[in-house]
Design a protein around this ligand. Sequence first.
Ligand code: HEM
Length: 409
Amino acid sequence: MNIPTHHIDINQPDFIADPYAQLESLRNDMPVYHDAVWNKVFFTRHADISSLLKDKRLGRTMLHLYSREEIGWPPPDPRQTGFRSYQDNVFMDMEGKSHARIRSLVTKVFTPKRVESLRGRLEQTTHRLIDAVQADGKCNFVQAIAEPLPVVMIADLLGIPEEYHQHLRPWSSAIVKMYELGYTDEQTEAANRAASEFMEMIGGLAQERRAHPQDDLISDLVQVNEKGETLTEDELRATCIFLLNAGHEATVNGSSLGLRALFQNQGQLETMKEAVSQNNTSLLKTAIDEMLRYETPLPMFERYVLEDMDINGVALKRGSEVGLFYISGNRDSARFEQPDELVLSRQDNPLLTFGLGTHYCLGAPLARLELQVLFSVLFQRLPNIRAAGEAQFAKGFVIRGLENLPIEF
Ligand code: HEM
């Protein structure tokens, strides 16, 4: 089958703010298309995306199977030195044995027990952030609450002392700019600087914890050993940084987009308040997943095609790239009843927000816990919370979120 061609400028502010109508018509009329500008084949349906995510013929890299020359990749961009020293050791962008080895070592220390042990500290931190703004009667939710909470939590989990906290968000923001489709020389330089400084800081802490282990993830990762397998120094540094970045960027956006969705659905806002006042944890759990389905903070991921293949009559060539619109699959009427409605009590909710398959989000339990605690404390403390103006989206689609969500209470 010939793949139709189409182009969406995903970085257009209108598309970032509301991509749903365009994606719906694609799901109906052109569920798979080739975009010559981004040079990718995009998929929009839930069924296609789910099956591709479980398909071993696709991967986040090809370098576990082929050399750069074999697949015709140019040498790594020499401008990206600092960023590369980090990125080349990020296990999310590995496949095969290296991915499995590092993921398994991280899973060994990033346990459900460790995640659950954060609950008290999460509640305390949320209260503290609300204390700081309560007397003002208003704030920008993103800056005052959504951003600092996951940063503090993941920094605490890793064991990063408070004096470094101010650097974490700027470093992380600079690094993740490299994942957008299209970035400038200036952004590349900023990412290099940020990655180098970040790697050095973690290296220093790792050295300290090697000598004096503490009850934190850096100490655990320094010591972790599974049948003789350990992390190399670069893997250790990159894994800590990656956990930090992955551990907050999407959570910030998930909570602010979620709150905005509640403001836009007053009936569901009331349902949420009721669930909190009655401590209805089962509703709170479905509500968090539903908010994450309704607005997808990480809307699109890519995969390389590792061998020539055919999917439902669509021929994909080895070395080509596919783009998977998780955000579109999450609104697919073939899989969800009333996909464009926010239904906090939704039970059958196979959301794609955390991915699927080998790279399924390792932090999903932490993200869910953070959002549960945040929304519980928020509605207990500020039961009259309401929107106080238009929300503003940040630039960029691949990491999609708000810059400003003005609230009153
Ligand atoms: C609402 C918040 C979050 C969302 C929406 C999210 C989403 C995702 C998605 C979609 C993937 C898979 C990427 C792919 O398919 O290529 C992923 C992977 C990952 N996430 Fe999350 N994430 C969130 C929070 C977190 C947190 C809190 C952490 C950890 C502290 C975390 C750690 C990871 C890791 C380590 C991976 C890589 C797994 C692998 O490659 O094996 N995430 N996340």
